[in-house]
Design a protein around this ligand. Structure first.
Ligand code: ZN
Ligand code: ZN
Length: 337
């Protein structure tokens, strides 16, 4: 009897510890990992208004000289056996693995915005024209921000692909006429053609309006294929979750990690890594090859669009890392393995 009492007590205590560390709240989600510091509306105001008025945002040019690789998609449409990754721009990747065509956070629109005439505009056209895409089997969504979940692109892709999305995003898709989706919580997985897609933590936030902050979950994804493991980071600050993921699923063959929208650090660090933290995340995930994403497409923060890859190159040289472990894509480029 006494033993039952003690074990029940332990269970209750263990239960309360799990609840205390949960990323679920009563009406949404939160960042549960230690060290996370929330930035509130007053911080947004300081960054977006006060510091701008004080001239703290450095000069940003109107155009950038990024080289674009012509990609007509012909090879991609024929390929059903070779592992390939194509960088369309920003966080949009076309991954071909084990016969599946997978898109991550697809955006082909001219602006990352609810409105077609205002909001962050595209500085580089999509590296692969939408019409040149192979037939898409799967779409992975990391979170609901406009630069990652684009209504127009989802409508164009239609109901044929399966959309794997973090909790809460399904109702948005339904509003757009999409019914072929599965909502996943962190650590849940879904299997398609023998390839396992695992929804994993990220340290970020969500919201498309002023009233829906953190109501839908944010996530990263691991595509655990028969041939390769590729991790897609979505948007995230550096956080202890990388070590946890690396221990559970590492080593991974490829890690596509965000490096842009990272300045100023006082404001962005909790929710956006820069190149320096992304290198640490690469190590934590035990990733063999790093694919830098979330740069060179939309102007979202205080650094110029060409700053993140330059800084990453500098760090690689300074730390004397092997350049073969870094796949720096041109917009539109395809690489195979
Ligand atoms: Zn975001
Ligand atoms: Zn983003």
């Amino acid at each position: 009897m006494k033993n039952i009492f003690i074990s029940s007590l332990i269970l209750i205590l263990a239960g309360s510890i799990v609840v205390a560390q949960s990323h679920h709240t009563k009406d949404g989600f939160r960042n549960p990992y230690p060290g996370f510091e929330n930035r509130g509306l007053s911080d947004v105001f300081k960054w977006a208004v006060i510091d701008r008025m004080a001239g703290k945002k450095p000069y940003h040019p109107d155009t950038y000289q990024f080289t674009q690789e012509e990609n007509d998609g012909k090879w991609l449409r024929q390929n059903d056996s070779t592992f390939s990754v194509t960088w369309v721009g920003h966080s949009t990747l076309l991954i071909q693995i084990d016969g599946l065509n997978i898109l991550t956070d697809p955006i082909w629109s001219d602006r990352a915005s609810p409105l077609s005439f205002v909001g962050p505009k595209r500085y580089m056209p999509p590296g692969l024209p939408f019409e040149d895409l192979p037939e898409i089997d799967l779409v992975l969504i990391s979170h609901d921000h406009y630069d990652h979940l684009d209504k127009e692109t989802v409508r164009r892709l239609g109901n044929k692909p399966l959309y794997l999305v973090p909790l809460g995003i399904g109702s948005l898709l339904e509003d757009w006429g999409i019914t072929h989706f599965a909502e996943l919580d962190w650590w849940d997985s879904n299997r398609v053609n023998g390839v396992e897609m695992i929804c994993l933590p990220a340290q970020h936030f969500s919201g498309r309006m002023l009233t829906d902050r953190d109501k839908r979950l944010w996530a990263s994804w691991l595509v655990n294929g028969k041939t390769f493991k590729i991790y897609f980071g979505g948007d995230s600050g550096y956080f202890p979750g990388y070590k946890e993921i690396g221990e559970k699923y590492g080593p991974v063959d490829f890690a596509a990690l965000p490096i842009g929208a990272y300045k100023p650090r006082w404001f962005m660090a909790p929710v956006h890594m820069g190149p320096k933290e992304a290198l640490q995340a690469m190590a934590d995930l035990k990733a063999r090859t790093f694919i830098p994403i979330h740069w060179g497409t939309f102007d979202l923060a205080d650094e110029t669009l060409d700053d993140p890859p330059k800084y990453l190159h500098e760090l690689i040289a300074k730390k004397q890392l092997d350049a073969h472990h870094f796949w720096f894509f041109k917009h539109g480029e395809t690489r195979t393995k």
